[in-house]
Design a binder for this molecule. Structure first.
Ligand code: 5GP
Ligand code: ZN
Length: 114
C-alpha cells in the first residue's frame, strides 16, 4: 500500500517514536491527542477498515486487545478507566483508512460520544 500513511509509519519510514512494537503491531502517540493518554495501536498488516476484516484476522484483533491492556497498565490508566475505539467510515469519522485502535484515557470521557 504505497500511499498509506499508517503502512509507512508502521514500516518505520516516518521516524515515528514507537512506545511499543512487536511483529504484529506498532503503538505511538496520536499527533492530535484528545485525552492525556491517546495512543494509536496499528497493525503492520494493511486492512483498510473494519468492513474489510476477515476471519483470518481474529488472532490479530485479539492480540491488539492484549496490547491495549498492557499499554493501559503502563500508562497507569488501567484502574481509572479508558476507552479502546476504532472509527469506521464517514459517519464513524475515520480519517486514515488503515485500521487502527485509539486508546484514550487520563480524563473522564463522555458517553454517548459526540
Ligand atoms: P481516525 O480519524 O482515522 O479514527 O484516526 C486517525 C488518527 O491518526 C487521528 O486521531 C489523527 O490525529 C492521527 N494521525 C494522523 N496523522 C498522523 C501522523 O502523521 N502521526 C500521528 N502520530 N498521528 C496521526
Ligand atoms: Zn496501510
Amino acid at each position: 500500500m504505497e500511499d498509506c500513511l499508517f503502512c509507512k509509519i508502521s514500516a518505520g519510514e516516518m521516524d515515528t517514536d514507537f512506545v511499543y512494537q512487536d511483529d504484529q503491531v506498532v503503538v505511538f502517540e496520536d499527533i492530535n491527542p484528545q485525552a492525556p493518554v491517546h495512543l494509536l495501536i496499528v497493525p503492520k498488516k494493511h486492512i483498510a477498515d473494519l468492513n474489510n476484516l476477515q476471519p483470518a484476522d481474529n488472532e490479530l484483533i485479539g492480540h491488539i486487545y492484549q496490547v491495549a491492556k498492557k499499554m493501559a497498565a503502563e500508562y497507569d490508566i488501567a484502574e481509572s478507566g479508558y476507552r479502546l475505539v476504532s472509527n469506521c467510515g464517514d459517519d464513524g469519522c475515520q480519517s486514515v483508512y488503515h485500521i487502527h485502535f485509539h486508546l484514550l484515557g487520563g480524563r473522564k470521557l463522555q458517553w454517548p460520544p459526540g
